[in-house]
Design a protein around this ligand. Structure first.
Ligand code: SAH
Length: 367
């Protein structure tokens, strides 16, 4: 299912527009065009969104400009903390009542936010909580960007616990690993990436290498992303090295096979120079056999060396699922076999699994 159902559009926001379009909107309201830059500075640099905080704008026009270009897009309906406050998961309500979630994770030298690109998801992977829900709708560019801005604001306010002195107070990494298949919402996702990487005050001024686009393997969209000239990191959710099993775990595999998806990932590396990540949720007695580690290593090495690394992650079981995480010994053996084949492999950490941290579960339990 690729086409999101039609719903009332979210209100247009500054972050949906490039600088020239922002200026045009401001002028169409009868204000001087340079007000657009002031608004962008407030939003992307000062991280403020309320008129009271914009003292460089004449009082008489503040409300008008804010109402038109900085409408409230996300309303917090629930926040849950884990890892002593260093992981904060938020459920947001969108203008039409749809729910999405984001997760902020603070580490000693970086801050990562995991964001959603769609309400729900149409990819229907049976082990994923969001996949069970189906697709509600695509998010707009600004609804995606706003998740990052809200996280940056709460960091700056000191709402997020932890970290040694001098640890960063800005969001250094963004992963498209929340709800949704971002490459199925391509133009909004690429717009969000541009807003994140555009230098301040036009955007957030983040480094492209700190952004990870995760995908089930929509081959034409991977090639399109490679051609954008923004070298974000690509993560391919493989979860199986053989088509029989992957057809079941990641149903889009019946459209683009493992061979085609790995070839596209390799082309992404060849074009951008960015090493690709392979995501692999280890599911007990389903995809965690030693021979599958060997087959995965073989298929990756067949394209070359040094272009890829594998991130196994223990399955985070979803409520009512018949599947569970692999035994730790089995996980270690899986990793050992990949490394023995020369494939760099690191187990992904599982922050926040105690707060339904992964994969659409919190929004599902809120709805
Ligand atoms: N649609 C994108 C991004 C969203 S999911 C994609 O599929 O890549 C982000 C990652 O979490 C994907 O690798 C996905 O397969 C994985 N995932 C989903 N549900 C999971 C679960 N229950 N346990 C572990 N990983 C899961």
């Amino acid at each position: 299912m690729f086409d999101a159902p039609r719903r009332g559009k979210p209100p247009q926001h500054l972050a949906d527009l490039d600088p020239a379009e922002r200026k045009a909107v401001v002028e169409s309201l009868g204000h001087n065009g340079f007000r657009a830059k002031q608004l962008s500075t407030h939003y992307f640099e000062h991280l403020v969104g309320s008129p009271e905080e914009m003292s460089d704008l004449p009082k008489a026009i503040r409300e008008d400009l804010v109402a038109r270009l900085l409408p409230q897009l996300l309303t917090a309906v629930r926040t849950v903390e884990a890892d002593k406050g260093k992981t904060v998961k938020s459920v947001w309500r969108l203008h039409d009542g749809a729910l999405v979630e984001s997760v902020l994770m603070r580490y000693p030298r970086r801050v990562t936010i995991c964001i959603s690109s769609q309400a729900g998801c149409g990819m229907n992977c049976p082990f994923c909580a969001t996949g069970q829900e189906g697709l509600t709708r695509n998010l707009s560019t600004a609804e995606i960007v706003e998740q990052v801005v809200r996280a940056a604001r709460s960091l700056r306010r000191g709402d997020v616990a932890g970290g040694a002195e001098g640890s960063p107070l800005r969001v250094s990494n963004v992963v498209f690993m929340g709800m949704g298949e971002a490459l199925a919402n391509y133009s909004a996702a690429i717009g969000a990436i541009r807003r994140m990487t555009d230098p301040s005050p036009d955007g957030l001024g983040m480094s492209a290498r700190g952004i990870t686009m995760s995908t089930v393997g929509l081959v034409p969209a991977i090639d399109r992303l490679a051609a954008e000239g923004i070298p974000v990191t690509l993560a391919l959710s493989l979860h199986a090295p053989d088509d029989d099993l992957r057809n079941e775990l990641v149903p889009i595999n019946t459209r683009w096979s493992i061979g085609e998806a790995i070839d596209a990932a390799y082309r992404y590396f060849a074009t951008t120079g960015r090493r690709v990540s392979i995501e692999y949720a280890l599911i007990r007695d389903v995809n965690d056999q030693g021979w599958r580690a060997d087959l995965l290593g073989k298929k990756l090495n067949a394209r070359g060396r040094g272009w890829v690394h594998v991130n196994p992650i223990p399955l985070n079981p979803t409520p009512g699922s018949r599947w569970t995480a692999s035994d730790p010994r089995v996980e270690r053996e899986f990793v050992r076999r990949l490394r023995a084949l020369g494939v760099p492999t690191t187990v992904r950490d599982t922050r926040g699994s105690d707060i339904d941290g992964a994969c659409g579960q919190l929004a599902a339990s809120t709805a």
